[in-house]
Design a protein around this ligand. Structure first.
Ligand code: PXP
Length: 239
């Protein structure tokens, strides 16, 4: 199983201060050095974290395959066609949401998604659809011609303990069904060190896309050394 690291929240920190650092490109290079298999970045319509320029730099200046997460809207499709990332993951997007809240309704948006999948596939981009564990939706992904889907694990990860078993059952059935149709199965959203073991119950997984929990842990792994470095710097004070 491969790991795609979502580096959106490195850009969130940068945008919070309007600085040029921390640069998601530097983060991607560190992820590559650590052994990650891919980099995921979500270019949202409101540009709240990743910016257009980040996407171009992430494609050109770091060694891992880029998975561009995006809504199915014309202006972002144009950017995808210009950047040509290895993969595009189409997600539903709402302006007010804190993060992607659910999977795509592939049945309701069938025609619009089909033309985007065709257009991106013709450009040589692997298209993945972010979906809930729902057989009708997964069958529609196959019909549309998307080679890959990403199962939304957030519902499981955020569920109350007494609801988790049923959520996991749905994910297992969905992965089995998608695999039986010949689809590549990825998974993502809400995965962390604590629930990772449970995610292993889902069969046929190719890649996990994980972001928030990795960036959060990175803060604590880096805090001690960062304070020590600042204290060393302060020793030069002669006042
Ligand atoms: N996969 C998709 C489609 C997402 O929208 C996100 C969140 O941007 C992730 C994976 C990563 O989720 P998290 O940040 O919770 O690990």
């Amino acid at each position: 199983m491969k790991l795609g690291v979502n580096i959106d929240h490195v850009a969130t920190l940068r945008q919070a201060r309007g600085t040029v650092y921390p640069d998601p490109l530097d983060a991607a290079i560190l992820c590559a050095r650590a052994g990650a298999h891919g980099i995921t970045a979500h270019l949202r319509e409101d540009r709240r974290h990743i910016q257009d320029d980040d996407i171009f730099r992430l494609k050109e200046l770091q060694p891992l395959p880029l998975n561009l997460e995006m809504a199915n809207v014309e202006s972002i499709i144009e950017i995808a066609l210009s950047v040509k990332p290895a993969e595009v993951c189409i997600v539903p997007e709402k302006r007010q949401e804190l993060t992607t809240e659910g999977g795509l309704d592939v049945v309701a948006h069938y025609d619009a998604l089909k033309s985007t999948v065709e257009c991106l596939s013709e450009a040589g981009i692997e298209v993945s659809l972010f979906v809930d564990a729902d057989q009708e939706i997964i069958a529609a992904c196959k019909e549309i011609g998307a080679p890959t889907l990403e199962l939304h694990t957030g519902t499981y990860c955020d569920a109350e303990p007494n609801e988790r078993a049923i959520c996991m059952e749905k994910l297992i059935d969905a992965a089995d069904f998608a695999y039986s149709l010949g689809l590549k199965v990825n998974a993502g959203h809400g995965i962390n060190q604590e629930n990772l073991g449970a995610i292993f119950c889902i069969p046929h997984l190719d890649t996990l896309n994980i972001g928030h929990s990795i960036v959060c842990r990175a803060v604590f792994h880096g805090l001690e050394i960062s304070v020590k470095e600042m204290l060393v710097g302060m020793q030069e004070y002669e006042g």
